[in-house]
Design a protein around this ligand. Structure first.
Ligand code: ADP
Ligand code: MG
Length: 434
């Protein structure tokens, strides 16, 4: 999906304002158009109407980054932007799938159509986007469920590779579709949805070969409209935290930096390894077990246990991020529960600084976005998602949103960076049948 531009035509000449590129709204009309398009594409491809259309949302994470694999807390919510899957089960083991988001040209995704036997799907056998789809029936079968072959067409409103979790949206849309056509009955309860999320995580880790800690799939399957999802990643228990931006006169502005520095180049893995090593050295299962009050003592012990001083410093900074970030999630939820949503701004800023300086997963585009947003009056801003590009979020007063977006766009232009694209995030419904 490509963002459009909305002009401030009258004042542009004078102030040299940037065009601000907004993603099209994922409102009811846009969603209805997408459902119709995916239904028609299915019918054209396979000669009959689909058994149904299912959809799952992308997400933003309000706070709690790189803590899911440390047993920590995070606070994502589902976007109104959803991925749609028109699907019918088959009598045999074949899968035929197509996506409107994959261009015809060979771009390393393997082209827009894929066909093969599900029984042949195994780690390392499927390249490109198809792995996110056929990984799901594979994982459901691994979990002991009976799932038949399928025909499917994918279309959607979640920007790909923007850190808004189009990958989980795709997996989760397929998961709720298969749940229904195979009569698994999992999507009817939160416990069952947690199991579907687990299958989606396996699909992404084992078949798509992309590391993911489970936050994205939980957000897509287990969120509630109007609420953020507080996830305790030790056991993936959840609490719905009402998140009423409008009542507080606020908006959450998403800045897609359109920089896609690959996360699979080992950076994510090396952060995870550092955390696992630190946990082993400190004798805990998860870094989440370290209380903020014990942080200094723990860092001292780590420094004593690692010979190379540079290495010791690096591992200490990684741990400091994780422990302080989990504490920031707690503080954020306390503020929200107390009706003080506007008060979380400084926690977002602190989260960004910690990810930038201690965890070192930011990127120049993300730093520019956050700095410019706060400079333009945002209450707080941070990168969201894994980092190294992708999106940032800024908490803004409703009347400031356009101006903040303009100034972020202007800051990108001034630094010679490609134009970012914007959308407004509101907590929306989880995956389900359309
Ligand atoms: P993010 O999840 O932040 O969008 P990822 O790199 O994790 O970024 O996932 C993006 C990948 O997921 C795409 O490159 C593609 O392989 C796959 N994908 C997501 N949505 C779709 C879609 N609608 N059609 C085809 N592939 C998709
Ligand atoms: Mg992803």
């Amino acid at each position: 999906m490509t963002p459009g531009t909305t002009g401030q035509e009258e004042s542009k000449e004078e102030s040299q304002e940037q065009d601000v590129r907004w993603y099209p709204d994922a409102d009811d009309a846009a969603r209805a158009v997408t459902v119709e398009r995916v239904t028609n594409a299915f019918t054209e491809a396979y000669g009959h109407a689909p058994a149904g259309v299912w959809a799952a949302p992308g997400r933003v994470n309000v706070i709690g980054e790189h803590v899911d694999y440390n047993g920590g807390l995070c606070l994502p919510f589902a976007l109104p932007h959803r991925t749609y899957v028109a699907l019918s089960p088959r009598d045999d083991d074949q899968a035929r799938i197509g996506s409107a988001q994959v261009p015809d040209a060979d771009n390393g995704q393997g082209g827009p159509r894929w066909e093969g036997a599900l029984g042949r799907v195994a780690p390392g056998t499927v390249d490109g986007w198809a792995a996110y789809v056929v990984g799901v029936p594979w994982a459901l079968r691994e979990a002991g469920h009976t799932v038949a072959g399928l025909d499917a067409v994918v279309d959607g409103l979640v920007p790909l590779g923007a850190g808004l979790s189009s990958s989980a949206a795709l997996e989760c849309a397929v998961a709720v579709a298969l749940d229904e056509v195979a009569g698994l009955g999992l999507a009817g309860s939160d416990e069952g949805r947690a199991r579907l999320a687990g299958a989606c995580v396996r699909a992404e880790n084992d078949i798509a070969g992309a590391p993911t800690g489970g936050m994205d799939q939980a957000a897509s399957l287990r969120s509630r409209e109007g609420a953020a999802l507080l996830i305790d990643c030790r056991d993936f228990s959840v609490r719905h935290v009402p998140f009423d931006l409008a009542a507080a006169g606020l908006e959450l502005l998403v800045v897609d930096t359109r920089a896609h520095h690959a996360l699979t180049d080992g950076q994510y893995g090396s952060r995870r390894e550092a955390c696992e090593r630190a946990a082993a050295l400190l004798g805990v299962r998860w870094l989440a077990e370290i209380a903020p009050a014990d942080l200094d003592g723990s860092l001292q012990r780590l420094r004593g246990a690692v010979d190379d001083p540079e290495e010791a410093d690096e591992i200490a900074r990684r741990v400091r991020h994780v422990v302080t970030e989990i504490d920031r999630v707690r503080q954020t939820v306390e503020l929200i529960d107390a009706g003080a949503l506007a008060g979380v701004g400084p926690l977002l800023d602190a989260s960004h600084a910690s990810l930038r300086d201690d965890y070192e997963v930011s990127a120049v585009e993300l730093d520019v976005a956050c700095e410019a947003a706060v400079g333009a009056g945002a209450l707080g801003a941070r990168m969201t998602g894994g980092g190294f590009g992708g999106s940032a979020i800024a908490l803004v007063r409703r009347e400031d949103t356009e101006r903040v977006a303009e100034q972020v766009a202007a800051a990108f232009a001034a630094k010679g960076l490609a134009a970012p694209a914007f959308l407004r995030a509101v907590p929306s419904a989880p995956a389900g049948r359309v």
